[in-house]
Design a protein around this ligand. Structure first.
Ligand SMILES: Nc1nc2c(c(=O)[nH]1)N[C@H]1C(S)=C(S)[C@@H](COP(=O)(O)O)O[C@H]1N2
Ligand SMILES: [Mo]
Length: 322
């Protein structure tokens, strides 16, 4: 299975953002009138694969939102990816030096079927799907991103985690040849992240291979990155090369750097301020207009996914487990 088949969109129909949005509107209309005969609509957009259609049930699950999408140019031009520099425009301006094919992911630890798999094999047999998620960076800005990819749990289950698998650890590539930022000690490379196993198996936890119907650009974590929409953006680790099931809570990059500022859980929480700034509001980068002067909106507990995920933390003091 090729990356293109993972994306489920043929090159010929990979179009620009305007067409993408128009196609979404058309899909909405089709969902509302499913029996409408389409034959004869000569100039209608070709329908995308059924796997990317969003149904009302998916909306209720938090899989989509009708909030205005962030522009493609903002999602791919305003990034955090320290492997390509610490400035917001460093990752998009960096030369395209990351070799994303062939790409392998090593899966190890507390599971019955460990192994190193080519990306296509890792994703084989799992229907690609679209998720429109809010992304809230701990720095206080947010976006609305249409991802393509697969549910993380579907991938993890292939490896048959054992009862000792209490956590899942993720590691990014750290190659100073392909990633110029790795020559600087901004982070204790490689970038690492982790989830509790029940968080990782939650239906909202996602592995993205694309956005806006196109393969992930280098700056967004090609060819495979995590997306955990109810947590601060730094949990959504990019360019993943290793996944490990562990019994103990794994070390994570930002927590190791500044443990008082960045906890392991890092659920979006307007009631727990960052030691250096408030987390009550966020700058929503969406629609046209200046990124730095975008509207401030209130930040919601669990980034608005509380209905879906709050039960994971029942009985936990979220001030302690920030
Ligand atoms: N490997 C790696 N993953 C990473 C980062 C990084 O520097 N390196 N930055 C994180 C942070 S802080 C955020 S907010 C998101 C940003 O994702 P985006 O650039 O696709 O919006 O990626 C996260 N994943
Ligand atoms: Mo972030």
């Amino acid at each position: 299975m090729s990356l293109r088949s993972v994306l489920a969109i043929p090159e010929s129909s990979v179009t620009d953002e305007t067409v993408y949005r128009r196609r979404r509107q058309l899909l909405g209309a089709m969902a509302a009138a499913p029996l409408l005969p389409l034959a004869g609509c000569a100039d209608a957009e070709p329908p995308p694969p059924s796997s990317v259609r969003v149904t009302p049930a998916q909306a209720g699950a938090g899989f989509t939102t009708d909030e205005p999408l962030t522009r493609y140019e903002d999602i791919t031009g305003y990034n955090n990816f320290y492997e390509f520099g610490t400035g917001k425009s460093d990752p998009s301006r960096a030369p395209k030096t990351l070799r994303t094919a062939p790409w392998h992911v090593e899966v190890s630890g507390e599971c019955e079927r460990p192994g190193t798999l080519a990306l296509d094999d890792l994703l084989h047999g799992i229907a690609p799907t679209e998720r429109i998620y809010r992304l809230r960076c701990v720095e206080g800005w947010s976006m609305v991103v249409p991802w393509l990819g697969v549910p993380l749990g579907d991938v993890l289950r292939k490896f048959a985690p054992t009862s000792k698998a209490k956590y899942v650890a993720f590691t990014s590539l750290a190659d100073p040849v392909q990633m110029p930022g790795v020559r600087f000690r901004s982070i204790d490379w490689p970038y690492r992240e982790g989830l509790r196993i029940d968080e990782a198996m939650h239906p909202l936890a996602f592995l993205a291979t694309g956005l806006y119907g196109k393969p992930l650009p280098q700056q967004n974590g090609a060819p495979l990155r995590l997306v955990v929409p109810w947590k601060y953006g730094f949990k959504s680790i990019k360019s993943i090369v290793a996944i490990r099931f562990t019994e103990r809570m794994p070390p994570t990059a930002w927590n190791r750097l500044q443990p008082r500022e960045y906890g392991f859980y890092s659920n979006v929480n307007p009631d727990v301020d960052h030691p250096r700034w408030s987390q009550k509001t966020e700058r929503r980068i969406a629609g046209t207009g200046n990124r730095l002067r975008a509207d401030r909106i209130p930040t919601l507990p669990f980034n608005g996914y509380g209905e879906q995920v709050a039960a994971l933390y029942a009985g936990m003091d979220l001030r302690k487990w920030y």
